[in-house]
Unconditional design. Structure first.
Length: 297
């Protein structure tokens, strides 16, 4: 049996439950036995095998090209019992390029959603007979709550070449520039532009090199563009001509039920949080008063 938590979604979930090196936040209420299960990458971002694969002759070989030599090695030491087709095996392929999709653990940016989801649930219910959120059809309200109650942290990172760049800058010491490693001497700064990022650095690090993260925001994060722009992007910043009440919220939003979670709930989380005066969620409003879901054909 193999456990490869750095390259398999199910194994990673197993690692979080059973490994002593998993974050404490991953611990469950069950009294599960813990073991020192390492989180090891066996191929790099280009798909080439790393020394951690355990076979010198495979290091630097593409992980697809390493399959037949691996079979040969198993046969040489007598470990290969048989090799037969498995019709039940599920292998993911890219719909565009046709390449085999393989999991690999990577550092990503996440948005903590627990407080945001609770705020949306609170604002969904009417208070003293006023406010609240109206659903058409009314049955979609149960689905709304099901998604909110089961909310997990939102992975915002996407490794594609189009979209809104994540406003995060990595500051790297000049003598560490040749070190291509997340553990290199560096720190991260969140800012809307490079000048602001540099101003946030400690005085003794103002001469460090700033490199903006190449990742872009998840497509669904664009759901926040309307509520965030009407709320002033950084919170309650109404224009001189219009008050925040004139700009926000919308009367209703019409959409399809298939993106109730992917678009509308995320729009509600971002809008209700950032429309509050101090960006704490307190006093925030939902970006719409009614949701009308049309049929899908």
């Amino acid at each position: 049996m193999k456990i490869t938590p750095a390259h398999d979604v199910n194994d990673y979930a197993f690692w979080k439950r059973h490994s002593t090196s998993a974050p404490q936040s991953s611990a469950t209420s069950l009294n599960l036995k813990k073991e020192d299960i390492p989180l090891v990458l066996v191929f790099d971002n280009s798909g080439k095998m790393l020394p951690s694969c355990g076979k010198k002759e495979l290091v630097g070989v593409d992980r697809l090209e390493a399959r037949e030599p691996t079979i040969a090695l198993l046969r040489q030491n007598g470990s290969l019992e048989s090799r037969v087709p498995n019709p039940g095996m599920r292998v993911g392929y890219c719909s565009r390029g046709g390449g085999v999709i393989e999991s690999v653990i990577q550092p990503q940016w996440y948005l903590a959603t627990e407080k945001l989801a609770k705020l949306v649930m609170t604002l969904t219910e009417p208070e003293n007979g006023e406010g609240g959120l109206v659903f058409t059809p009314a049955s979609s309200k149960d689905e709304w709550y099901r998604w909110l109650e089961g909310m997990k942290d939102w992975c915002l990172s996407r490794q594609i070449w189009w979209g809104h760049r994540i406003p995060a800058y990595r500051a790297i010491a000049p003598d560490s520039l040749k070190v291509d490693d997340e553990q290199a001497d560096s720190l991260w700064v969140i800012a809307s532009h490079e000048g602001e990022a540099r101003s946030k650095l400690p005085l003794d690090k103002r001469n460090w090199v700033l490199i903006q993260d190449e990742d872009v925001l998840d497509t669904w994060f664009s759901s926040g563009l309307l509520p965030l722009s009407t709320a002033g992007w950084k919170g309650l910043e109404p224009s001189k001509e219009l008050s925040i009440d004139d700009q926000y919220p919308l009367t209703f939003i019409e959409s399809g039920g298939d993106i109730l979670f992917f678009w509308l709930i995320r729009m509600a989380m971002l809008g209700s949080w950032f429309s509050s005066p101090d960006c704490s969620g307190k006093g925030g409003k939902l970006p719409f008063k009614e949701i009308i879901l049309h049929p899908l054909v």
